[in-house]
Design a protein around this ligand. Structure first.
Ligand code: 5GP
Length: 210
């Protein structure tokens, strides 16, 4: 019996390792579909169009907003980021668990539209690790790193709006924890009503002596 897809939001401080975790999770298990966002930010070295992001001009992005092509979008440290609607809807229909790696404003909009979405927040075990990772990445200027750390302070105030906290200390353990959370979610009665109805019907038939 085909499973119903679950919409999963993963947020976390810049530098918490969300990208690596998501690539590992989706590489390990076929049930996940990772949504690729649109952004007006310039590509970092090694980032690929259509794989890491759909890189857009400001005009193109605003066109997507007015066409209703995005489920949600937000401004983060001076750039637009948004989730294309078509892919998410199509993958959910196919029964995939769709992962959105987005920041907190987007997470709030998803919760409004999809109250059953599962919201996960990824953190490092302390702030020092986070700062070191951001510096080591070496892809952002000092000014942008400072803005991202400020943004992390704001985001930390919103953690209670999420359902689960995952600590990215050891990559493998972190990926497995996220997978277990999602598998647990699939066991909710509301995702299993087809099976419940089938067993109910069968029991009624037995009880009638059929
Ligand atoms: P980065 O520039 O480091 O790739 O992403 C910056 C922030 O934007 C991260 O917190 C990331 O999760 C978030 N982000 C990426 N794509 C989207 C999106 O489609 N919507 C929203 N709201 N945030 C996004």
């Amino acid at each position: 019996m085909a499973r119903e897809g679950i919409l999963i939001v993963v947020s976390g401080f810049s530098g918490a390792g969300k990208g690596t975790i998501m690539k590992e999770l989706t590489g390990r298990y076929e049930q996940y579909a990772l949504s690729v966002s649109a952004t007006t930010r310039t590509a970092r070295p090694g980032e690929e169009e259509g794989k890491d992001y759909f890189f857009k001009s400001q005009e193109e992005f605003e066109q997507m907003i007015s066409n209703g092509a995005l489920i949600e979008y937000a401004c983060y440290v001076g750039n637009y980021y948004g989730t294309p609607r078509a892919y998410v809807e199509e993958m959910l229909l196919q029964g995939k668990d769709v992962v959105l790696e987005i920041e907190i404003q987007g997470a709030r909009k998803i919760r409004e539209q999809f109250p059953e979405a599962v919201l996960l927040f990824v953190t490092t075990k302390d702030a020092q690790v986070l700062k070191e990772r951001l510096m080591k990445r070496g892809t952002e200027s000092r000014e942008v790193i400072e803005q991202r750390l400020l943004r992390a302070v704001q985001e930390s105030e919103g953690i209670e709006e999420y359902d689960y906290l995952v600590v990215n200390d050891e990559l493998d353990a972190c990926v497995e924890q996220i997978h277990s959370i999602i598998e647990g979610e699939h066991r909710r009665i509301r995702y299993n009503m087809k099976l419940v109805s089938k067993v109910r019907e069968e029991l009624r038939s037995f009880a009638k002596g059929e």
